[in-house]
Write a protein of this length. Structure first.
Length: 66
C-alpha cells in the first residue's frame, strides 16, 4: 500500500503566511490563497481585505486543487 504524506494545518499556515507576505510587497494586487488536500478539501484559506471573499475563496480552492 502506498503511503502519502499530507500537509497539516501548521504546514499549510506556513505556506499561506509566506504568500501573504509576498503579496504585501506588491501593494494594489490583492490575492486569495487556499491550501487543499489531495481530495480538494480545504485545509487553510486567507485573502486580503480588498478581495471579494466569496468569489476569491471559490476560485482559490479550484486553482489549489488543479
Amino acid at each position: 500500500m502506498h503511503k502519502r504524506a499530507y500537509l497539516g494545518l501548521e504546514e499549510a499556515l506556513v505556506g499561506v503566511r509566506a504568500m501573504m507576505r509576498a503579496a504585501d510587497e506588491r501593494p494594489g494586487r490583492p490575492i486569495a490563497v487556499a491550501v487543499v488536500d489531495p481530495r480538494g478539501a480545504l485545509i487553510c484559506f486567507s485573502a486580503n481585505a480588498e478581495v471579494n471573499t466569496a468569489l476569491a475563496r471559490q476560485n482559490a480552492i479550484k486553482k489549489a486543487f488543479t
